[in-house]
Design a protein around this ligand. Structure first.
Ligand code: PRP
Length: 211
Protein backbone atom coordinates (compact mmCIF):
# COMPACT_ATOMS: atom_id res chain seq x y z
CA UNK A 1 0.00 0.00 0.00
CA UNK A 2 1.15 3.51 -0.80
CA UNK A 3 0.83 6.42 1.59
CA UNK A 4 0.03 9.63 -0.27
CA UNK A 5 0.44 13.10 1.26
CA UNK A 6 -2.35 15.49 0.33
CA UNK A 7 -2.22 19.20 1.07
CA UNK A 8 -5.29 20.55 2.84
CA UNK A 9 -6.99 23.66 1.44
CA UNK A 10 -6.98 24.97 -2.12
CA UNK A 11 -5.37 21.93 -3.76
CA UNK A 12 -7.34 19.32 -1.76
CA UNK A 13 -10.70 20.55 -3.12
CA UNK A 14 -9.59 19.64 -6.62
CA UNK A 15 -7.41 16.66 -5.68
CA UNK A 16 -10.27 14.70 -4.12
CA UNK A 17 -12.49 14.46 -7.25
CA UNK A 18 -9.38 13.94 -9.41
CA UNK A 19 -8.27 10.93 -7.36
CA UNK A 20 -11.81 9.55 -7.19
CA UNK A 21 -12.12 9.73 -11.01
CA UNK A 22 -8.88 7.75 -11.28
CA UNK A 23 -10.26 5.00 -9.01
CA UNK A 24 -8.63 6.11 -5.76
CA UNK A 25 -11.81 7.15 -3.94
CA UNK A 26 -11.20 7.97 -0.28
CA UNK A 27 -13.22 6.03 2.25
CA UNK A 28 -14.51 9.30 3.71
CA UNK A 29 -14.74 12.85 2.40
CA UNK A 30 -11.23 14.22 2.79
CA UNK A 31 -12.45 17.81 2.78
CA UNK A 32 -14.88 17.12 5.63
CA UNK A 33 -12.97 14.76 7.88
CA UNK A 34 -10.69 15.92 10.64
CA UNK A 35 -8.78 12.66 10.59
CA UNK A 36 -5.18 12.90 9.50
CA UNK A 37 -5.04 9.57 7.70
CA UNK A 38 -7.85 8.16 5.56
CA UNK A 39 -7.78 4.86 3.62
CA UNK A 40 -9.03 4.67 0.04
CA UNK A 41 -11.87 2.39 -1.04
CA UNK A 42 -9.56 0.46 -3.35
CA UNK A 43 -7.12 -0.21 -0.49
CA UNK A 44 -4.09 0.66 -2.62
CA UNK A 45 -3.56 4.09 -1.11
CA UNK A 46 -3.85 5.72 2.29
CA UNK A 47 -4.10 9.50 2.41
CA UNK A 48 -2.11 11.62 4.83
CA UNK A 49 -3.62 15.09 5.20
CA UNK A 50 -0.96 17.72 5.83
CA UNK A 51 -0.43 21.48 5.61
CA UNK A 52 0.58 22.29 2.03
CA UNK A 53 4.01 23.65 2.96
CA UNK A 54 4.82 20.47 4.91
CA UNK A 55 3.93 17.99 2.14
CA UNK A 56 7.33 18.01 0.34
CA UNK A 57 9.15 17.25 3.60
CA UNK A 58 6.89 14.30 4.46
CA UNK A 59 7.53 12.86 1.01
CA UNK A 60 11.26 13.58 0.97
CA UNK A 61 11.68 11.88 4.35
CA UNK A 62 9.63 8.85 3.29
CA UNK A 63 6.80 9.29 5.81
CA UNK A 64 4.68 9.43 2.67
CA UNK A 65 5.69 7.52 -0.47
CA UNK A 66 4.26 10.16 -2.73
CA UNK A 67 1.93 13.12 -2.71
CA UNK A 68 0.09 15.83 -4.53
CA UNK A 69 1.89 19.17 -4.21
CA UNK A 70 1.44 22.56 -5.81
CA UNK A 71 4.41 23.49 -8.00
CA UNK A 72 4.66 26.74 -6.01
CA UNK A 73 5.21 24.80 -2.78
CA UNK A 74 7.68 22.43 -4.45
CA UNK A 75 9.71 25.36 -5.82
CA UNK A 76 9.91 26.95 -2.40
CA UNK A 77 10.77 23.73 -0.53
CA UNK A 78 13.70 22.71 -2.71
CA UNK A 79 12.99 19.10 -1.62
CA UNK A 80 14.75 16.35 -3.53
CA UNK A 81 11.75 14.55 -5.08
CA UNK A 82 10.79 12.90 -8.33
CA UNK A 83 8.05 14.70 -10.23
CA UNK A 84 6.66 12.24 -12.78
CA UNK A 85 3.33 13.96 -13.51
CA UNK A 86 1.88 17.41 -14.00
CA UNK A 87 -1.66 16.69 -12.83
CA UNK A 88 -2.91 19.83 -14.50
CA UNK A 89 -5.36 21.13 -11.89
CA UNK A 90 -4.98 23.92 -9.32
CA UNK A 91 -3.43 26.13 -11.97
CA UNK A 92 -2.03 29.47 -10.89
CA UNK A 93 0.89 31.79 -11.63
CA UNK A 94 3.80 32.72 -9.37
CA UNK A 95 4.28 36.45 -9.92
CA UNK A 96 5.97 39.62 -8.76
CA UNK A 97 3.23 42.13 -8.00
CA UNK A 98 3.04 45.58 -6.52
CA UNK A 99 1.44 48.99 -6.87
CA UNK A 100 1.21 50.12 -10.51
CA UNK A 101 3.35 53.23 -9.90
CA UNK A 102 6.39 51.24 -8.69
CA UNK A 103 7.52 50.52 -12.26
CA UNK A 104 7.32 54.18 -13.24
CA UNK A 105 9.72 55.16 -10.46
CA UNK A 106 12.50 53.04 -11.96
CA UNK A 107 14.65 50.35 -10.36
CA UNK A 108 17.37 52.80 -9.18
CA UNK A 109 15.05 54.21 -6.55
CA UNK A 110 14.34 50.74 -5.21
CA UNK A 111 17.77 49.45 -4.26
CA UNK A 112 17.67 47.25 -2.25
CA UNK A 113 14.23 46.15 -3.32
CA UNK A 114 12.00 45.10 -0.42
CA UNK A 115 9.89 42.03 -1.11
CA UNK A 116 7.24 40.31 1.04
CA UNK A 117 6.39 36.69 0.32
CA UNK A 118 5.20 33.31 1.51
CA UNK A 119 7.88 32.04 -0.88
CA UNK A 120 11.09 33.73 0.38
CA UNK A 121 13.51 31.36 -1.38
CA UNK A 122 11.76 31.76 -4.72
CA UNK A 123 11.67 35.53 -4.24
CA UNK A 124 15.34 35.80 -3.24
CA UNK A 125 16.43 33.60 -6.12
CA UNK A 126 14.35 35.57 -8.64
CA UNK A 127 15.80 38.96 -7.76
CA UNK A 128 19.36 37.63 -7.34
CA UNK A 129 19.18 36.10 -10.82
CA UNK A 130 18.33 39.55 -12.18
CA UNK A 131 21.24 41.05 -10.24
CA UNK A 132 18.86 43.18 -8.17
CA UNK A 133 19.80 43.49 -4.46
CA UNK A 134 16.79 42.66 -2.30
CA UNK A 135 15.59 42.20 1.24
CA UNK A 136 12.93 39.52 1.55
CA UNK A 137 10.40 39.44 4.38
CA UNK A 138 8.77 36.09 5.00
CA UNK A 139 5.05 36.36 5.72
CA UNK A 140 2.63 33.52 6.53
CA UNK A 141 -0.26 34.87 4.45
CA UNK A 142 -2.20 37.93 3.28
CA UNK A 143 1.04 39.16 1.71
CA UNK A 144 -0.79 41.79 -0.35
CA UNK A 145 -0.93 43.95 2.77
CA UNK A 146 2.87 44.10 2.67
CA UNK A 147 2.78 46.03 -0.59
CA UNK A 148 -0.42 47.98 0.12
CA UNK A 149 0.78 49.35 3.47
CA UNK A 150 4.41 49.90 2.53
CA UNK A 151 6.27 47.05 4.23
CA UNK A 152 7.59 46.09 0.81
CA UNK A 153 7.84 47.41 -2.73
CA UNK A 154 6.79 44.09 -4.19
CA UNK A 155 5.21 40.82 -3.22
CA UNK A 156 6.00 37.43 -4.72
CA UNK A 157 2.84 35.36 -4.57
CA UNK A 158 0.53 33.07 -6.48
CA UNK A 159 -2.32 34.51 -8.52
CA UNK A 160 -5.27 32.35 -9.45
CA UNK A 161 -8.23 34.52 -10.48
CA UNK A 162 -6.47 37.86 -9.93
CA UNK A 163 -9.28 39.05 -7.65
CA UNK A 164 -7.11 39.55 -4.56
CA UNK A 165 -4.61 41.74 -6.42
CA UNK A 166 -7.34 43.76 -8.12
CA UNK A 167 -9.26 44.38 -4.91
CA UNK A 168 -6.07 45.64 -3.26
CA UNK A 169 -5.06 47.92 -6.16
CA UNK A 170 -2.01 45.82 -7.07
CA UNK A 171 -0.87 44.66 -10.51
CA UNK A 172 1.38 41.91 -11.87
CA UNK A 173 4.83 43.24 -12.84
CA UNK A 174 6.51 39.98 -13.80
CA UNK A 175 5.64 36.32 -14.11
CA UNK A 176 8.04 33.86 -12.46
CA UNK A 177 6.40 30.50 -13.22
CA UNK A 178 3.24 28.70 -14.26
CA UNK A 179 2.17 26.42 -11.42
CA UNK A 180 -0.20 23.46 -11.06
CA UNK A 181 -0.56 20.36 -8.91
CA UNK A 182 2.17 17.75 -9.40
CA UNK A 183 2.56 14.15 -8.34
CA UNK A 184 5.74 14.06 -6.26
CA UNK A 185 7.39 10.75 -5.35
CA UNK A 186 9.98 9.79 -2.74
CA UNK A 187 13.16 8.59 -4.51
CA UNK A 188 13.54 5.36 -2.49
CA UNK A 189 9.83 4.50 -2.80
CA UNK A 190 10.05 4.88 -6.57
CA UNK A 191 12.31 1.80 -6.65
CA UNK A 192 11.16 -0.07 -3.52
CA UNK A 193 7.47 0.06 -4.53
CA UNK A 194 7.99 0.18 -8.28
CA UNK A 195 4.84 -1.78 -9.21
CA UNK A 196 2.50 0.24 -7.04
CA UNK A 197 4.02 3.58 -8.01
CA UNK A 198 3.92 2.68 -11.69
CA UNK A 199 0.26 1.66 -11.44
CA UNK A 200 -0.58 4.93 -9.70
CA UNK A 201 1.24 7.00 -12.32
CA UNK A 202 -0.47 5.16 -15.18
CA UNK A 203 -3.92 5.56 -13.60
CA UNK A 204 -3.50 9.26 -12.82
CA UNK A 205 -1.94 9.98 -16.21
CA UNK A 206 -5.26 9.26 -17.90
CA UNK A 207 -6.96 12.01 -15.91
CA UNK A 208 -4.38 14.80 -16.11
CA UNK A 209 -5.79 18.01 -17.49
CA UNK A 210 -3.96 19.83 -20.27
CA UNK A 211 -3.72 23.64 -20.10
C1 PRP B 1 -3.62 32.89 -2.18
C2 PRP B 1 -2.58 33.91 -2.59
C3 PRP B 1 -3.39 35.14 -2.85
C4 PRP B 1 -4.71 34.56 -3.36
C5 PRP B 1 -4.73 34.62 -4.87
O1 PRP B 1 -3.87 33.09 -0.84
O2 PRP B 1 -1.61 34.09 -1.57
O3 PRP B 1 -3.59 35.88 -1.67
O4 PRP B 1 -4.77 33.19 -2.96
O5 PRP B 1 -5.94 34.14 -5.38
P1 PRP B 1 -6.79 34.97 -6.45
O6 PRP B 1 -5.87 35.38 -7.56
O7 PRP B 1 -7.84 33.99 -6.93
O8 PRP B 1 -7.40 36.15 -5.76
P2 PRP B 1 -4.63 32.01 0.03
O9 PRP B 1 -6.06 31.91 -0.38
O10 PRP B 1 -3.87 30.75 -0.03
O11 PRP B 1 -4.63 32.66 1.49
P3 PRP B 1 -3.46 33.33 2.37
O12 PRP B 1 -3.38 34.76 1.99
O13 PRP B 1 -3.92 33.13 3.77
O14 PRP B 1 -2.19 32.61 2.09
Amino acid sequence: MLRMALPTGRVLKQAEPFLAAAGYTPLESLSATRKLTVPSKCGRVEYLLVKPVDAPLYIEQGVADCGVCGKDVLMESGADLLEPLDLGFARCRMVVAGKPEIERRGDNLLSPVRVASKFPHVAQHHFEKKGVPCTVFKLAGSVEIGAVLGLSHYIVDIVETGTTLKENGLVVHEEIAECSARLAVNRAAWYAKLGEVHELVEQLKQHCQSP
